[in-house]
Ligand binder design. Structure first.
Ligand code: PHE
Length: 341
């Protein structure tokens, strides 16, 4: 037994350890619970009582040598790993950090907001998942109006007129919310995303952006509406744009109009974008229908108001000469990096 211990002592001291795998092999051979050293401790009971103290001491010594060896080699391996981490390759090119920048839609929306803020409009927002009532009923849509048709609206729940949810098809429900929550006078714009279940193409997408405006006060007239739209259009599209108000229909305004500006790409001469007409349609507008005011707790005998609503994405496409609306929603970095901060 004594000889075995002595030869093991030598083996343990000479065992070659250069890698983590060597160290693990060492541990498995000698120091684990089923290793050689433990086996020798097991044999201690067969040793003659007189020799036990001496053999025991030799065994303890052997165990200590093995444990120390493990500690030392672990430390060496760790130090080597540190070495390679410290080796820096100064010839490597530097890392490039990309800074984010404003999305073109946000740029245009930002300009629009600024123009209206300067005219005294506050900004209101509301949920994109909206109550059916706010999107349609309170806005004076008759129950069988075609806009409620499945083809236009992404309905989320149906069956209970009071709690049914849908993805808002326009930002007008935000105006309902503002009217329900605030006493007139009211002067807000409502920018945001809207959803329509339309065929997806280069010109139309299932999501797009609108900016609507609402002004309610005493004695508000169509002349106020026209002046506001004129002022906005000149700041947004250039001082020499001309405007055209065409009679139109919306359930929530009466009278209603659609507004065209002279095509700011060809100056009104007629081009591919304005389809040779010289005009571009920019928004719908009108005087808020008395039913809508009543639905929202505002007395139409005392108060009157106007509302307008425009799509934002078309202006973005024209402004930056982007020919496919889908590019605005796909977040392709190759496209977004063309709009640095
Ligand atoms: N909500 C209308 C739409 O989505 C736009 C509009 C807003 C028209 C306000 C008139 C007044 O088409």
């Amino acid at each position: 037994m004594e000889n075995t211990i002595r030869s093991l002592q030598q083996e343990i001291t000479d065992f070659e350890i250069t890698t983590h795998a060597d160290l693990e092999a060492f541990r498995l051979k000698y120091t684990v619970r089923k290793g050689l050293i433990a086996a020798l401790f097991g044999q201690l009971k067969t040793v003659a009582p007189a020799d036990k103290p001496r053999i025991g001491q030799l065994l303890n010594q052997l165990k200590l040598t093995a444990d120390n060896r493990i500690d030392e080699e672990e430390a060496k391996l760790a130090a080597n790993a540190g070495d390679s981490a410290k080796r820096i390759d100064l010839t490597l090119p530097g890392r490039r950090y990309f800074t984010g920048s404003e999305h073109p839609v946000q740029k245009v929306l930002g300009e629009m907001k600024q123009i209206f803020s300067a005219m005294g409009f506050g900004i209101a927002t509301g949920p994109e998942l909206e109550l059916d009532r706010y999107n349609f009923d309170l806005l004076n849509f008759p129950p069988d109006h075609p806009a409620r048709d499945m083809q236009d609206t992404f309905f989320v729940t149906t069956g209970n007129p009071d709690t049914d949810l849908l993805l808002r098809t326009h930002t007008s429900p935000v105006q309902v919310r503002v009217m329900l929550d605030h006493e007139p006078p009211i002067r807000v714009i409502c920018p945001g995303k809207v959803y329509r279940n339309e065929a997806i193409s280069a010109r139309s997408y299932c999501v797009f952006h609108q900016l609507e405006g609402l002004y309610i006060d005493k004695k508000v007239t169509f002349a106020d509406l026209k002046a506001t739209i004129y002022s906005f259009a000149r700041q947004m599209f250039g001082t020499d744009v001309k405007l055209r108000f065409r009679p139109s229909f919306f359930p929530f305004t009466e009278p209603s109009a659609e507004v065209d500006v002279t095509c700011y790409l060809c100056g009104g001469k007629g081009c591919r974008v304005c389809k040779k007409s010289g005009w571009l349609e920019i928004m719908g507008c009108g005087m808020v229908h008395p039913n809508v005011l009543r639905n929202c707790g505002i007395d139409p005998e005392t108060w009157s108001g106007y509302a307008f609503g425009m799509g934002v994405d078309r202006t973005v496409l024209l402004r930056y000469k982007i020919d496919d609306i889908r590019l605005l929603f796909e977040n392709d970095l190759r496209m977004l990096r063309q709009f640095p901060a």
